[in-house]
Design a protein around this ligand. Structure first.
Ligand code: NI
Length: 284
């Protein structure tokens, strides 16, 4: 109507007006949201730095040489020097890893306590994620040999194969060699003691959880016998034992016990990691 080419084309006129409106709306949107965009960018940067710190930290630790204490110090909420003021007890679990171990790890995590797992080399590769989790969550992963044979009845060569292949399997998964070993059935002699390469760990409390699958009975036996420095034997391959652990742990805490790994128990009580030693307990 006003003769101009542009405005004479109603479609184009509309489209230009529409474009202008979009542009205005976009600019308003940008002005309004720019500060938020900056905030989001800053937040993202902080989160990224946090993630980076978490990623870098374990890398740095795994780069340090492995010593008996390396893994333990990471998980240690209390310094060895301070642990000396407490009643200590070590919960130990034999014959895993096993699917039942997962529920146990959940219990330990919820209770914020650590334990020691004497694992069978033959199961380590099959359940490597479980072993990896044990180690990652601050528990001690130790050797219970490869095939659970009575070491006193084996030749020296067969015995050494049982010991070294499990040490290698644990090291493959955790990056650290086990520092202690528990002979199957607690059976040992001079040959086992000399060839283990690490101290042998036995126990002072055995509720026979493999025989009596009764959480109340196991609980009563442990609580009636526990004392400062006890090493408690359980098996993470039984659901009833996992159930019992969930009862024992709060009861021990209630009585003022600090649950520690076997390594920390040895360190706190002045024990030695030299091969040829064996411990049933570390009473003060
Ligand atoms: Ni066993």
């Amino acid at each position: 109507m006003n003769g101009g080419n542009n405005s004479s084309d109603p479609a184009r006129f509309r489209s230009t007006r529409k474009n202008r409106r979009y542009k205005r709306v976009y600019q308003e949107y940008r002005n309004k949201h720019r500060p938020r965009v900056f905030k989001i960018a800053t937040l993202a940067l902080v989160v990224m730095l946090g993630v980076l710190a978490v990623v870098i930290t374990p890398t740095r630790h795994s780069a340090t040489p492995k010593s008996p204490t390396a893994a333990l110090e990471l998980s240690a909420p209390i310094a060895i020097e301070d642990l000396k003021n407490y009643k200590l007890v070590a919960l130990t679990f034999d014959d895993g890893p096993d699917p039942n171990t997962i529920a146990l790890l959940d219990v330990l995590k919820k209770e914020k306590v650590v334990a020691t797992f004497f694992v069978l080399g033959a199961r380590v590769d099959r359940y490597s994620e479980i072993v990896e989790r044990e180690y990652r969550e601050g528990h001690q992963v130790a050797s219970h040999t490869t095939n659970h044979k009575d070491l006193t009845k084996l030749s020296s060569a067969a015995r050494q194969a049982e010991i070294t292949s499990t040490a290698a399997a644990i090291e493959r998964v955790t990056g650290a060699k086990p520092t202690v070993m528990r002979p199957p059935y607690g059976a040992w002699n001079a040959g086992v003691l000399n060839e283990a390469g690490t101290p042998l760990i036995l126990w002072s409390i055995d509720p026979k959880d493999w025989e009596y699958r009764d959480p109340d009975r196991i609980y009563q036996h442990v609580m009636a016998n526990v004392r400062d420095g006890s090493i408690i034997l359980l098996h993470d391959v039984y659901g009833t034992s996992v159930e019992t652990a969930a009862k024992i742990i709060p009861a021990l805490k209630e009585q003022g016990y600090i649950l520690v790994t076997v390594d920390r128990l040895i360190m706190t009580r002045g024990g030695s990691f030299e091969a040829g030693n064996q411990y049933r307990h570390l009473y003060p």
